[in-house]
Design a protein around this ligand. Structure first.
Ligand SMILES: Cc1ncc(COP(=O)(O)O)c(C=O)c1O
Length: 362
């Protein structure tokens, strides 16, 4: 979609990355780290000060305690953290539960790790069907993949839902691999809860995070996996051979990110709330059926009214309106062709221009 968007000079609301700069403090910290000669391999599992600062942040924000020496692995983005975690815990033929729709990487991740995916559909309003979850667990279930706040739906899993999933994991001796990359992008008083902080989940959860979205540095490729010492030992072995380590100077700069004041996170969420409303109103006026998301920075729309399937409609949108979005079927193992995902991780002016162009549809 991004390639097609470039050809047609379309406003790209397909790929989820900001077109605005990251905080100045981070740019300066990155330059300082390079000038201070942090330019060789970092410790494989991550720079010590980054692991220690992360441990403090996670204790305060997520309510979980990890030993920075043995339970934190810094990775090349959450993308690597997810792949390394799956390769670490899954044996070919193990079943992995994946709520659907899902972030598109989880499909290839299951294939590469040899897992057999069992998809659990969310309702049309992204509701949670307990019976479906119960019947997805079998004696072969090794893990579940969770993503809250969720891409593409914007769903924020509630404490009740997470407690229910946690009970199933405990009953079936399954591991929760949870991608919490949007943990600070929440709206309307929604709260982020890490499933790893719930009773019984301490030793059976791998919590994945990243600097990409919270600090608008998707190109830095710094993420992490948090897990108890036994799981971490396995993750570190895979991580070592996959990438050796994450970029050394940017790990040092990531420490500066973790030292940003509380107000940074409030302003981030408020800024995205404002952007969410610009895009939502533009989409509604153009005839898209959608709701405001609870978290993350996407609006997942229903396009049934337009009478075209997702890929055809996405192409039509680029060619005739000059706006790019992601076809819904990218987020389903089958189906999803009545959906389209738009991101609002863009400057206000970019969003206003996209909304102006979308009017051509109505
Ligand atoms: C749910 C989710 N996980 C992971 C990623 C990739 O994150 P990273 O840049 O940390 O590899 C994305 C990017 O869009 C995402 O939406």
């Amino acid at each position: 979609m991004t390639r097609l968007a470039l050809t047609h000079h379309a406003v790209n609301l397909a790929q989820g990355f900001p077109d605005f700069p990251c905080p100045d403090e981070l740019k300066k910290a990155a330059c300082d780290a390079i000038l201070a000669d942090y330019n060789q391999y970092a410790i494989t599992w991550g720079a010590k000060d980054l692991r220690e600062t992360l441990a403090r942040k996670v204790r305060m924000y997520n309510g979980m305690t990890f030993n920075p020496d043995t339970e934190i692995t810094v990775t090349c983005g959450s993308t690597e953290a997810m792949m390394a975690s799956m390769l670490a815990v899954i044996s070919p033929g193990d079943e992995v539960i994946v709520p659907e729709p899902f972030y598109e990487n989880y499909g290839p991740d299951t294939v590469i790790s040899g897992a057999v995916p069992r998809y659990v559909p969310l309702g049309d309003d992204f509701s949670f069907d307990e019976e479906r979850w119960k019947s997805a667990f079998t004696e072969k279930t090794r893990a579940i993949i969770l993503n809250t706040p969720n891409n593409p739906t914007g769903k924020v899993f509630s404490k009740k839902e997470l407690l229910f999933i946690a009970d199933l994991c405990c009953d079936h001796n399954a591991i929760a691999i949870t991608d919490e990359i949007y943990e600070h992008i929440l709206y309307d008083g929604n709260r982020h809860i890490s499933i790893g902080s719930l009773p019984g989940m301490e030793d059976r959860t791998i919590t994945i995070g990243s600097f990409s979205k919270t600090y608008s540095v998707t190109g830095w490729r710094v993420g992490y996996a948090l897990a108890d010492v036994n799981l971490t030992e396995c993750i570190r072995k895979i991580h070592d051979f996959l990438t050796v380590g994450a970029p050394a100077p940017l790990q040092h700069a990531a420490v500066a990110a973790l030292h940003l004041p509380e107000s940074y996170y409030r302003e981030l969420a408020a800024e995205y709330d404002h952007k969410r409303r610009i895009l939502f109103s533009g989409l509604r006026q153009a005839g898209f059926a959608c709701e405001l998301p609870e978290g993350a920075y996407y609006i997942f729309t229903d396009i049934s009214e337009f009478g075209m399937k997702d890929t055809e409609f996405a192409r039509h949108l680029v060619e005739h309106a000059g706006v790019a979005a992601v076809p819904g079927s990218s987020f389903y193992h089958e189906g999803g062709d009545t959906k389209l995902r738009f991101t609002f991780s863009k400057k206000d002016e970019t969003l206003h221009e996209a909304c102006r162009r979308l009017k051509k549809l109505s």
